[in-house]
Design a protein around this ligand. Structure first.
Ligand code: SF4
Length: 356
């Protein structure tokens, strides 16, 4: 293996039966990795007791190994309450710490970093490209951003200094320490997927249950990151009324009523063959969320549906009109208030002043 940066957040296992084994603490899988082996995600490899981030080249040409790079609307992440109408330079590495049966980005998530086919970008080059293209920020997306942790810390420091926002589109399988490091480095916002209850993670995602994801949601709130949540409704997996009742109940406790909730339509992908989510199922879930007190529920992957719009939770006025990933009109006052009743909508469109 050519030269790679040492990973952060791992520890030697003192009592390991195999000398040189380490435990990775980047995500909540907590893999034990023996020398010569990689963790579940394929992005951390143990070389003689040193855990390496194989997606971050070191040496003469340091940089992250990226397999996708393009400018995209922030609404497509989706973030609906974070710099609406802007674009983010969106980048991705390879690998994932889950294996969801319906993954739309399996070509990235089920492959591992490879310097022969992936482009190597330094943090400086990436930030300069965002500025050149006129993007308002950067987004690590498509595959699991947690796995580019070391690279992202370096990118986010530079992005913040350059006045760009930064965000993650994550499955939420990230340790508190990692999230805290990112917040310190300049991460502004995180979108977290909830796949369903424990059984959905065990049966369809090879995951360690739903608990770690809810913990990440609490951690994002504690760290004051802007937070939005996606629940992909997969027919026969997590879309029954009982499923939604349990999910929304926990949502209200862990995320709270003001965190935007995206109830998203599934389409067959990744080899999973269930048919697309019926619109009526999505609409029923939207009604349940609203009735339970979620103030900003949205429908996703249904371009042209009124469930894409932001309405005032107090008086019902139409505040932001969307069509798919495009903002068509914003009717808010300068301080994000409803022009009819004055209700202030929690939308981030400028970074708070740095502490002195
Ligand atoms: S990041 Fe997660 S999946 Fe990858 S090696 Fe570390 S603990 Fe395992």
């Amino acid at each position: 293996m050519s030269e790679r940066q040492e990973a952060r957040l791992y520890k030697p296992l003192e009592d390991a039966s195999i000398e040189g084994s380490v435990r990775c603490g980047l995500c909540t899988r907590g893999c034990v990795v023996a020398p010569g082996h990689a963790g579940f995600c394929g992005t951390r490899r143990n070389r003689d007791g040193v855990l390496l981030a194989v997606n971050y080249a070191a040496g003469a040409r340091p940089g992250g190994l990226l397999a996708a790079l393009e400018s995209r609307p922030i609404e497509i992440k989706p973030f609906f309450h974070f710099y609406p109408g802007t674009t983010a330079l969106t980048y991705a590495g390879r690998g994932c710490n889950l294996r969801c049966a319906w993954c739309q980005n399996a070509h990235l998530s089920r492959t591992t970093p490879n310097p022969a086919r992936d482009a190597c970008w330094s943090p400086e080059e990436l930030v300069a490209l965002a500025l050149t293209w006129g993007d308002a920020g950067l987004s690590c997306s498509f595959s699991e951003p947690t796995l580019l942790h070391e690279f992202n810390r370096d990118v986010f420091r530079l992005a913040r200094a350059a006045g760009l926002y930064t965000c993650y589109v994550s499955n939420g399988l990230i340790s508190f320490k990692a999230l805290r490091e990112l917040a310190s480095a300049g991460l502004d916002a995180v979108k977290i997927d909830v796949k369903g209850d424990d059984d959905v993670y065990y049966q369809y995602c090879q995951g360690p249950g739903a608990g770690p994801v809810w913990s990440a949601i609490r951690a994002a709130r504690d760290l004051d990151l802007h937070l939005e949540i996606v629940y992909l409704m997969v027919p026969g997996v997590n879309d029954s009324e009982a499923d939604m009742f349990r999910f929304i109940g926990r949502y209200m406790v862990e995320a709270g009523p003001d965190v935007p909730l995206h109830l998203t339509r599934y389409h067959p992908a990744g080899g999973f063959s269930a048919s697309a989510t019926p619109i009526a199922t999505l609409e029923r879930a939207w009604q349940m969320a609203r009735a339970a007190g979620v103030r900003y529920p949205y429908l996703g992957n249904v371009a042209g549906h009124p469930g894409e719009n932001t309405t005032c939770p107090t008086c019902g006025k139409l505040l932001i009109e969307r069509h798919g990933d495009r903002v068509q009109a914003i009717h808010l006052t300068a301080d994000n208030g409803c022009p009819d009743c004055g209700e202030v909508i929690p939308i981030v469109n400028q970074r708070p002043a740095e502490d002195e």
